[in-house]
Design a binder for this molecule. Sequence first.
Ligand code: HEC
Length: 709
Amino acid sequence: MIERMRRGAAGWALAVPAALALCMTAATAQTVVNGEALRNADAPANVGDWMSYSRTWDEQRFSPLDQINDGNVGQLGLAWYDDLETMRGVQASPIVVDGVLYNISIYNIVTAYDGKTGEKLWTYDPDVGAEWARLACCGPSARGLAAWNGKIYIGALDGRLIAVDAKTGEEVWTTRTFETEGLLNTYSITGAPRVYDGKVVIGNGGADYGVRGFVAAYDAETGERLWKFYTVPGNPADGPDGEASDSAMQIALPTWHGEWWKYGGGGTAWDSFSYDPELNLVYIGTGNGSPHMWYFRSEGKGDNLFLCSIIAVDADSGEYKWHYQMVPEEEWDYTCTQPMVLADLEIDGRERQVIMQAPKNGFFYVLDRATGELISAKSYVSENTWASHIDMETGRPVLMPGAHNTTTPHLMNPSWLAAHTWHPMSWSPLTGLMYFSAQEQPAIYARAEDGGFNFVHHRSNSGQAFGTMPELRAKLQEEANAKEKGYLLAWNPVTQSEAWRVNYRVPGSGGVLATAGNLLVQGTIDKTLAIYRATDGAKLWEMNIDQAPVAGPITYMIDGEQYIAINAGWGGSPVYNLGPFQTATAKLLVFKLGATGVTLPPMPPPADLPRPPMLRASEAQISEGRALYAEVGCNRCHGDNATGGVKDLRFMTAESHAAFNDIVLKGTLADRGMASFADVLTPAQAEAIHAYLIARGNEDYADAAAQGS
Ligand code: HEC
């Protein structure tokens, strides 16, 4: 990869056609995914494959393929598709090895397709229980798979790490990465496993419910655990864990106060990793604190290492090497689990080995990946209420006055809804730009009063108050709505400045792919797949797909023909704004030049927006419902302020209103991903949430109906 970076733009003109010619035979050459193949991912034998989550270990998500390019992309058409038959979010990037495309849908169902024709070769269903739709914060999505030496690796939602035979889909080995019984075991896996020179690295999520984050590496051949690295300290009274993280926990422990271990502490690595084979370092991006409120987690004291940090560990032993904490004193549900991209850049006349990240907090960070030294950081959002800048002497953020949460509700931008989240970003070594889906969605925060935080098993445990001071909240919400923005950002990490942007109507567009064809591919919130010119953002091609993909697109080549593939299945994490209107079922879509004749099934004519019932509840009941809606975590799937989400609850049919308590308390829609909440809600509390939703429907009906589909 480093060689590729040095070659620069001029080298491509020569390198690519040669690659294409050889690719014609690549399908019969039998790629074995191993260290050699991944070190030479741009070589003719491998350039048509997509062997890892972001294609390469450096997570650049850039393809040297340029058959589809800014000159001919207008001829792009749908080559084949598969209906995934779900309305849930499908977040996965497929992988492609030797002409076979491997995809993972909801509940970790894996299918192998002939990448040319879409013919299904095998399907593997790990039988993840439907209850996991609720135990994972944001639904039963998976972001991807890994491949190594004839095997495909699945990180199942319920904590199993499974290796299956790439040819047959038969299970080779299975291991448990976490226990599911017990108070602090509310983990789940949604991130893609990575394989680094024979070691499968996997993390997990669950910090919103109360867990202690960790990452583990397993032998790719046997499933034997090689090392485990905790990201936050446990109860000091229990002594060292006897794991690879023991020395790191000595650094972390003095930065914690109170009895955080009772709530897990958090810091889960639920999405991103990257790997530098020369430095032999694995980079771990960690998440938010548990509970969210610093006041309850750590008595409002200390940095709380290693929440919201990048940690570098030795790939063989898991031993700590360095860390950089983006968000000390984390209490905004900011995560630093976002993609971490490695590249070699010339900065201030020096060649630097960098790691780059755009986490939830709205800053773009460039670090030295050998040492963790901060090279630069800059806010890319129009308003940042968290920090004015990062102090280059100390590497610490300079917080804005009032950034920390108190019992008085205030607005934060960026918020837990993220200036950028897991949505894959791409780095083009040709344009020198980083591309990612950026958004501005302010949200209201207030911590609970003293004594007002009660940790409840299997419930979202944030330590926030959601119902206090309703008039102030209404005003702040109005302000938040007015400030919403969503855009595709092209960012120059050397100058830390914007190169160009494409503005969208609202936040919520998906991951991106950059190619040597000077293309930038993105699924949009306007239910299209769009392709822009990577150098300047000019729109070159767009197609209606009746779905707003959140996933990252990929590209591959078989028998000399280049394809672009994307899962179009909106939802599955806090991504809102599609509104109450209908989308198609999720589909895997595959495009190539000159394809004609394959069309998506027509959408049924739009139904009228159901009118909400008359509001009969008292203000007190609505207020209780508003608080419970967020406390219990309905907002994680149904949208903050009950807007958007997997199903817009402001505009339910009469049947759904009638069945409301059965749906919420008896789990009558469990097979569609709506599990019962009977263990955390009484019937009266469900009624209060219902009242709040009816109130929200009445507030918004006129505007939403006018908006149309
Ligand atoms: C982990 C994600 C998730 C969470 C959390 C969640 N839901 Fe759901 N909910 C769903 C899904 C998925 C559906 C089914 C959508 C469909 O029909 O396609 C659904 C459907 C519903 C429906 C039926 C809507 C209709 O129009 O038919 C109701 C009512 C509902 N949820 C209420 C709630 C309430 C109240 C909460 C909080 C206590 C909640 N949900 C939390 C995922 C979730």
